[in-house]
Structures are given as C-alpha cells and as structure tokens.
Ligand binder design. Structure first.
Ligand SMILES: [Zn+2]
Length: 140
C-alpha cells in the first residue's frame, strides 16, 4: 500500500471565495513549482465515480478527480482541504499525478492572500458556468 502524503506542505486556509463557495488561500509566499497539498479522496473505479458524480453534480459540486484510465479519487469521501480549491481558466496552480497521488503545485510564485486555483479540465461535462472572471464563457 502506498503511503498517503501528510497534510498541506504550505500554509493554506479555507475561506469564502469570490469565485464560488469556499476557496483555498495562501497564507505564506509559495515558490513556483513547489508542492502545496495533495488531492485526497477515496480511490474508486470510473463506474463508481459516474454513479456518485451524478449525485454530486445535482448539488453543483465536482468532487471526483481522474487519476488515470482506471481510477478516480472522490474527495467527498476522505477528502482534505484541496477539494475546496476552485477552478480557474488562468490558474496559479497545476496538478501533477505521481503514482496514485495527485499533487497541487504552484504554476508561478504565489503571494500570501491569493486564492489558489487550478484548471479542472472537465471540458464542459458538468454544465456549470465558470465564474473565474467576469464574462468567462467556459463551462465546467
Ligand atoms: Zn473561467
């Protein structure tokens, strides 16, 4: 069994977001490319993820993160603070999958107080309008 990484590697905090619902904010300067936190969640099959996502999407949530061609992580079960990181079309973070760990890493230097975001790359599957910037026409 792979060992689950510990909690966040950088000081971050969950707060109300101007983008949507809750967001996650940096509390310290974060250097480009550093690992911030991993996306925790139960490892489930695509079939199981399909079933659960239909339920989550009705409430406007996206909790399932594709790990690879077989597996998905469901942050609604065993998730950590990373599940509150919002989507942004021009994000300051990116994700990197190493084995079965999903890392959220800084795409550039991030200042304290900035909201962390990454691109969910859902290609409109969820049908949720993006609110990253006024006038954004992307759909999650
Ligand atoms: Zn957008």
């Amino acid at each position: 069994m792979a060992v689950e990484p510990k909690g966040p590697l950088k000081k971050i905090e969950k707060r109300r977001s101007k983008i949507a619902g809750w967001g996650v904010f940096a509390l310290e300067p974060i250097t480009k490319n550093s690992r911030i936190v991993h996306y925790a969640g139960e490892k489930i099959s695509w079939e199981e993820s399909d079933r659960r996502e239909r339920k989550y999407l009705k409430k406007g949530h996206i909790w399932c993160f594709i790990l690879n061609r077989r597996w998905v992580r469901d942050a609604a079960v065993g998730g950590n603070i990373a599940r509150f990181i919002n989507h942004h079309c021009k994000p300051n973070c990116y994700t990197q999958i190493v084995g079965d760990v999903i890392w959220i890493r800084a795409a550039r230097n991030i200042a304290p107080g900035e909201e962390l975001t990454y691109n969910y790359e859902t290609n409109g599957g969820a049908g949720i309008p993006c609110r990253c910037t006024p006038g954004c026409t992307y759909e999650l």
